[in-house]
Design a protein around this ligand. Structure first.
Ligand code: BTN
Length: 262
C-alpha cells in the first residue's frame, strides 16, 4: 500500500528550487488528461512554467495515438507549459530534453539505474518507468507554446498482465517508496536549465539504450532494421543499415531489440 499523500500546490512549491517551472501549479484529483488541461490553459494565456498534476486520469494520452494507463496507485501524472525562455528554438528538442531531465533526476535523486530509449522513454533494465508526450500550438496572440506531459511510475506495486513485460516502477526497481512530490520537484529542477539552454547535453548519448543495438522502424509500409549508431546535435537517431547506408530517423516508433520484450 502506498503511503504517499495527494499532491497540493503548497507541497509542490515548498522546497522547489526553480525560478519558473512549477511556480504556478494546479493539482487535480481526477481529470481526463493533464495535457488537455494545459493546452486549454495555454490557449487562454496561462504563464510559462505552469504545471497541472492529477492523481488519476480517465483518458491519459500516450505517443502515437496510444493511451496511457493512469490509475491512482502510485503514478505521477503532470504536464508543463513552456513558452518564452523555456521554449527551445528547435521545438523538436522538448521531448529529448524532457526525457533526459527525467532520466538524470531519477539517477541522481532516486537511486535508479535509469536510461533513455530514444527519443524520450525512460527505462530501467528493459522496462519503461516514464513516458512523455509533447505537443505544441499557438495562443490567441499568435505566440507559440509547447507542453511536456510526463507520466512516471513511482510507487506502483504491480502492473496489469498486458503491461508486465513493458512497465516498471521506481518501487519495483529500488524496493523503496518515494513521495511523488519529491520526484516532481527534482524533475522540474533538472528541466529548467536544460530547456533554457535548448541544446542536448553530450551526456545524453551514454545514457541512451538504443545506441549500439538493433533497431527497427517503418517508412510507410516498409520495415527497416539496422544498428543505431549515434544521435545528431538536432536529436535525430542515425541508423546504419545492412547495406552500409546511414539513415536519419527523426520521428515515429523505433523498436529496440531487448527492450519492452522485443
Ligand atoms: C508515452 O510513452 O506514450 C507517453 C505517455 C505520456 C503520459 C503523460 S501522463 C501526464 C500527461 N497527460 C497525458 O494524457 N499524457 C501525459
Amino acid at each position: 500500500m502506498s503511503t504517499d499523500i495527494s499532491l497540493t500546490p503548497q507541497a509542490v512549491r515548498q522546497g522547489l528550487c526553480t525560478h519558473t517551472l512549477g511556480q504556478t501549479v494546479r493539482c487535480l484529483q481526477t481529470t481526463v488528461s493533464t495535457n488537455e488541461d494545459v493546452k486549454e490553459a495555454a490557449r487562454s494565456g496561462a504563464p510559462d512554467g505552469m504545471v497541472v498534476t492529477a492523481e488519476h486520469q480517465t483518458g491519459g494520452k500516450g505517443r502515437l495515438g496510444r493511451s496511457w494507463d493512469s490509475p491512482q496507485n502510485g503514478g505521477l501524472y503532470f504536464t508543463i507549459l513552456l513558452r518564452g525562455a523555456h521554449l527551445p528554438q528547435a521545438v523538436t528538442m522538448v521531448p529529448l530534453l524532457s526525457g533526459f531531465a527525467v532520466c538524470t533526476a531519477l539517477r541522481k535523486s532516486f537511486s535508479a539505474d535509469a536510461r533513455i530509449k530514444w527519443p524520450n522513454d525512460v527505462v530501467i533494465g528493459s522496462r519503461k518507468v516514464c513516458g512523455i508526450l509533447c505537443e505544441g500550438g499557438t495562443d490567441a496572440s499568435g505566440n507559440s507554446w509547447a507542453i511536456s506531459g510526463i507520466g512516471v511510475n513511482v510507487n506502483n506495486p504491480a502492473f496489469p498482465p498486458e503491461l508486465q513485460k513493458r512497465a516498471t516502477s521506481l518501487l519495483l526497481e529500488t524496493g523503496q517508496q518515494y513521495t511523488r512530490c519529491a520526484v516532481l520537484q527534482r524533475i522540474l529542477e533538472k528541466m529548467e536549465p536544460l530547456l533554457e539552454s535548448g541544446s542536448l547535453p553530450e551526456s545524453y548519448a551514454p545514457l541512451c539504450v538504443s545506441l549500439g543495438r538493433q533497431v527497427s522502424y517503418f517508412r510507410g509500409k516498409q520495415k527497416y532494421t539496422g544498428t543505431a549508431c549515434s544521435i545528431t546535435p538536432a536529436g535525430e537517431l542515425l541508423v546504419r543499415l545492412p547495406d552500409g547506408q546511414t539513415e536519419t530517423v527523426n520521428s515515429g516508433e523505433v523498436t529496440v531489440q531487448g527492450i519492452y520484450g522485443e
